[in-house]
Design a protein around this ligand. Sequence first.
Ligand code: ADP
Length: 485
Amino acid sequence: MRVLQVSAEIFPLLKTGGLADVAGALPAALAAAGADVRVLLPGFPAILSGVAGLVPVAGLRAPWGEAARLLHGRIPALGQLPAYVLDAPALYDRPGNPYEDAGHRPYADNHRRFALLGWAAAQLARGADPHWAPELVHAHDWHAGLAPAYLAYLPGQPARSVFTIHNLAYQGRFGPDVFTGLGLPSSAFQVNGLEFHGDVSFMKAGLYFADRITTVSPSYAQEIQTPAQGQGLDGLLRGRAGVLDGILNGVDDRVWDPATDTLLPHRYRMPEGRRMAGKALCKASLQHALGLEVRADAPLFVLVSRLTEQKGLHLVLDGLDELIARGGQLALLGSGDAALEDAFRQRAAVAPRRVAATLGYDEALAHRLFAGGDVTLVPSMFEPCGLTQMYGLRYGALPLVHRVGGLADTVTDCTLEDLAEGTANGFVFDDFTARDFGRALRRAFALFARPADWRRVRATGMRRPAGWAEPAQRYIEVYRHAAAR
Ligand code: ADP
């Protein structure tokens, strides 16, 4: 099956979060499962410079009259993955973050920047490239949300569509005035369409018009059908429950494997019961590099995250005194909300040998944190899938998570019964409160004080199968269902 993946980000060319990791890993896994996969990306500077041999395929004119060129090339960093890139400098040639300006304000023309992405997907389905046209368009998140809408109105439906929600909280919502420029029939702008409380919602367009919907974990697929987590779209999602699947993300072991990871000072694998000298060396090297006390006996908690309200970071700040009092250390890598950045910066300034806060984005340091850490903190209020707890599992830094979304689907608490059964692989708290978070923290300290049990739980986590082969198979089943519709 010819499949076009449409996303705004792709690792390793451009990444702001988990979406990029998925977009970078899924195509190769689908190809290995027999699909003929290409990707479509906006021509941000980092994308244009990461795609080799770009040649023009077609000239496009957006519904509002703007001209763009559709280019085709290959991505050397992803095994020569074939890629279409939208060359429209007036829309995409801006430094930094793909969605917002330096002051963290969304760009005022985001509706056009991402409408063009969906529009171009539909043009490919209509034969814009005489050599290749998708049978199935797989659109990721709101940025690609208009693709299913444009496809639904193409005569003869040349391609089916699948829409994947990576985070329902980011919806791509714009005032009603933008609708006329989008080139969709007026019938699309209604409750049974992309209209959302009088506005245009790109997310809703994806959810309403796609033949099938997926999201990134089974628990999140259920949660988004409830008013509490449906972000106002739970009714629509309940109505479409029959075509909605939750498929847990995989871990790209070309990128995330402590046995082969060249970003680590020492590599290690997991021979059961052994102490993993390589991991201990990674910890010491990390502590040294971050200015923390170099102590093997101090449990090192790591946190790699966008700093937003979603991620539950106030729980970490609330629990930090206790974490330090019990002899722990915290190493954080993150960027985002200015108040959260300040709070962590201040805590690190007060206790520099116990708390390190690196504010910014640093792929290499992220790898070294999972390798050097003992515990990965992911106390998110909600979490569609979450990748950092999976990286923590893979690298032997036991995840401590809130029981929600993909965190609930991947982490099993160290209860006595799960310890006895050998299924425990981390720490899970139920109530999103400082009290419950604190109890999970104390469970982590209690287990750390029992090294043999700690190593056993760590081994369970590291053994967890988590490649992309199985999720890719699930996506192919979804594509088949969409095609058969
Ligand atoms: P989300 O998509 O909500 O940000 P995920 O856990 O799904 O959360 O994915 C986050 C991804 O971004 C992971 O690969 C994580 O390692 C990475 N990441 C987050 N913040 C940073 C940072 N400051 N530096 C490097 N990598 C980061």
